[in-house]
Each structure stands twice: as structure tokens, then as C-alpha cells.
Design a protein around this ligand. Structure first.
Ligand SMILES: Cc1ncc(COP(=O)(O)O)c(C=O)c1O
Length: 382
């Protein structure tokens, strides 16, 4: 087995504060661990933060996407238009519903967001929904996609895994369509290990999601513990997609710092962008002007030259610097090639072959940023 070696500069680094640990410890001491009052309190706070009628926690963003597609009525024979330049969950959740993901292009390597023109071209009578991903925390064209979908009676779902607190025209991402799906996975902006949330303004969608996250039971364990009822019925085929109290306590505790941590991410992103602009051979996606509305989840770059991704990544690794690829194209993965053959998306494929994600976290020092960019310059010149 190869020896384990951790990078000096990792992609992500999470620092919790003493009050976060105390909030979790208090919940553990309380003896009530499954979904209960802390979860309800977090949902209320996050709904207010988003300006959404409902915020419903679930066990992951993947679960939120699954329930969003189900609530949009996606079933066998239906199509959902999704980017391929995203994490596999965006498309996998369509398949869970028996639907077919129809992959659409990104605009360009400079703006690797879902292309509304290509979405429009791919709409058929079987299109039930479109899912837009706000890649790296930067707003995609949710406004244009909303108009496109509304005019045709198609549901717009937002995969907001990268973009808590990000905005487009002052409106929070996640609130533009029928539902928004957030992730609290360990490497995300607002992370607690595992967890997710669906927001919606639709009372009907909210009722479906609340019911399906807990087996479509008509009452929960907390309802019975607190004496509201002694029994329950099961009204459909639901799931166990519940979040638990320790994670909700951690979310509540971290929420007070969410905006300031994102602000720090923005400052560091602009600084990184300034340094990277000096390098030949590198495209830095998105404009400086996009940064203030973004949650700046990761720092993606595209190598102008095709064919150097693996070599540059391993040169940086030798310098103790971790990089990653956000993202390999979904339609090129074995499972998707076999199931949905013949997909060709040249811009997406080029982005996947040339992208590198650099180390980035809110407490990253300027020296460490300088070190990453100097090592990248050296690798590019070699
Ligand atoms: C764009 C995108 N969508 C969905 C997911 C799935 O999130 P989770 O791990 O919370 O299920 C991720 C997380 O990696 C993601 O990056």
C-alpha cells in the first residue's frame, strides 16, 4: 500500500470554534439526538436568512435533490436538463426518480455555468425540470432560466451545494426556482460533516418534502416524545433523510459567523485572482465583479494548454500543495457512458481536462497564497 502523506497546503481546511464544540456537547448531554427542537430552530433561522417560506433539513444535498425532483413530479419517462460539469449527485438524483438526465453545456471556460441557450435547445415535451448548479459559489443565469422554465411550465431546481448566502440581483440563490438544494458536507462553505437542506416557497412542495424525509409518517419521534400524539400512519413510500440534533446544533452555532467567513473568502479570492492574473497560460473563471455576490466556495483555474493537468497537479503535490479537479464530466463516467451513451459536450470536456482547483479556506494566509501561485508559475514554466 502507498504511504499516506498529507499535503502541507490542503484543498480545504475546517476550523471550528470552542463555542461550536460546546453547542454539540450540550446536545449530546441532553440525550435527544434525532431530529427535534434544535433542527426546527435551525430551519427557522435558515429560512429567515434566505428569505424563503420553508427551509427543510435533510441528510445530504443529494437527498434534497432527490426530494426536489420528486416534488417536481419527475418519474419514469421524464427528462431533467442538468449540467455535466458538476458533481455526480446532480444527475444521479434524477436517475433515482426513474428519470433521464439530459446533459447541457456550460457557457465557456471563462464562465463555466449552465448555458441557457443550450438548455433551450434541449427542451422536449418530456422535459419536467431544469437543474442549475451555481458552480464554485458564483451565480449562474438563474433569472434567464427561470423565465425560460416559467414560460414552458417546467420546474427550475437550483443545486446550491456551493453557494449558501450567495446572491443574484440581491436575491439569495436557492430561492429562484421551485426548490433549492444545499449541502453541509465536510468540505463545503457551511459544513458539519454530512447534511443538506431544501428551501422552497411552495407549501405543497414543503409538505411533500417534510413527509418524504421521514418515511411519509404522519408524526415524528419528537411529536410522540413530547406528547402530541401516540401513533402514526404511513401514507406513501418515503425515506430516512432526517438530519440529527448534534449537526443542527453545529449549524446553528456556525451560522452567526457564516457571513463574515464568506466575506473573508471574498477578500482572499480577489487577492488570489490578482496574483493569478500575472501568470501566462492560466484562465481564471468568472469576473472580479462576480465575487461580491458569490460565496467563493473554491478557487478554480483553467490551464490554457490542454494536456498538462496531471503533470501540473503532480508538480504541485511534490511541493506539498494539494489540487483537485472540479469536475470530471459526469457523462464521461463509466456508469453514465453505459447508461446514456453518445453524449458529446466539447466545452465541458475541455474544462474537465484543464481545470485545477487550488487550496482555499477562510483562514488561509497571504504567504500560503503566494506560495501556491509561485509554485504554479514554476510548474507552468517547466
Ligand atoms: C454541486 C454539488 N451537488 C451536490 C452535491 C452533493 O452534496 P452532498 O454530499 O451533501 O450529498 C455536491 C457535493 O459534493 C456538489 O458539489
Amino acid at each position: 500500500m502507498p504511504e499516506t502523506s498529507f499535503p502541507e497546503l490542503p484543498l480545504f481546511d475546517l476550523r471550528l470554534q470552542p463555542q461550536d464544540l460546546e453547542a454539540v456537547a450540550e446536545t449530546l448531554r441532553s440525550g435527544w439526538l434525532t431530529m427535534g427542537p434544535k433542527t426546527a430552530a435551525f430551519e427557522e433561522a435558515f429560512a429567515a436568512h434566505l428569505g424563503a417560506r420553508h427551509a427543510i433539513t435533510v441528510s445530504s444535498c443529494t437527498a434534497a435533490l432527490h426530494l426536489a425532483y420528486l416534488a417536481a413530479g419527475v418519474g419514469p419517462g421524464d427528462e431533467v436538463i442538468v449540467p455535466s460539469y458538476t458533481f455526480a449527485a446532480t444527475a444521479a438524483a434524477v436517475v433515482y426518480c426513474g428519470g433521464t438526465p439530459v446533459f447541457a453545456e456550460i457557457i465557456s471556460r471563462e464562465r463555466p455555468s449552465l448555458d441557457p441557450d443550450d438548455v433551450e435547445r434541449r427542451i422536449t415535451p418530456r422535459t419536467k425540470a431544469v437543474c442549475v448548479v451555481h458552480f464554485a459559489g458564483y451565480a449562474a443565469d438563474a433569472d434567464r432560466l427561470k423565465t425560460l422554465c416559467d414560460e414552458r411550465g417546467i420546474a427550475l431546481i437550483e443545486d446550491v451545494a456551493h453557494a449558501p448566502s450567495a446572491t443574484l440581483h440581491g436575491r439569495k440563490l436557492g430561492t429562484w426556482g421551485l426548490a433549492g438544494a444545499f449541502s453541509f458536507f465536510s468540505n463545503k462553505v457551511f459544513s458539519v460533516g454530512e447534511g443538506g437542506l431544501l428551501c422552497t416557497d411552495s407549501d405543497e412542495v414543503a409538505a411533500t418534502v417534510r413527509s418524504h424525509r421521514s418515511h411519509t409518517m404522519t408524526s415524528g419521534t419528537w411529536d410522540r416524545h413530547s406528547g402530541r400524539t401516540d401513533t402514526y400512519d404511513v401514507t406513501g413510500l418515503g425515506y430516512n433523510y432526517r438530519l440529527d440534533e448534534p449537526r443542527s446544533a453545529l449549524l446553528l452555532s456556525r451560522m452567526g459567523r457564516l457571513e463574515s467567513e464568506i466575506e473573508r473568502r471574498r477578500e482572499l479570492t480577489l487577492r488570489y485572482r490578482g496574483l493569478l492574473k500575472e501568470l501566462d497560460g492560466v484562465i481564471v473563471p468568472f469576473e472580479d465583479a462576480d465575487v461580491p455576490g458569490s460565496s467563493c466556495y473554491v478557487l478554480p483555474i483553467m490551464l490554457e494548454q490542454d494536456g498538462r493537468q496531471a503533470e501540473i497537479s503532480s508538480r504541485l503535490r511534490e511541493q506539498g500543495i494539494q489540487t483537485s479537479i472540479f469536475y470530471p464530466s459526469i457523462h464521461r463516467f463509466t456508469a453514465y457512458r453505459e447508461r446514456f451513451p453518445g453524449v458529446s459536450l466539447p466545452i465541458t470536456e475541455l474544462a474537465s481536462r484543464t481545470e485545477l482547483t487550488l487550496p482555499f479556506y477562510p483562514h488561509m494566509s497571504h504567504e500560503d497564497q503566494d506560495r501556491v501561485v509561485a509554485s504554479l508559475a514554476e510548474a507552468l514554466a517547466s
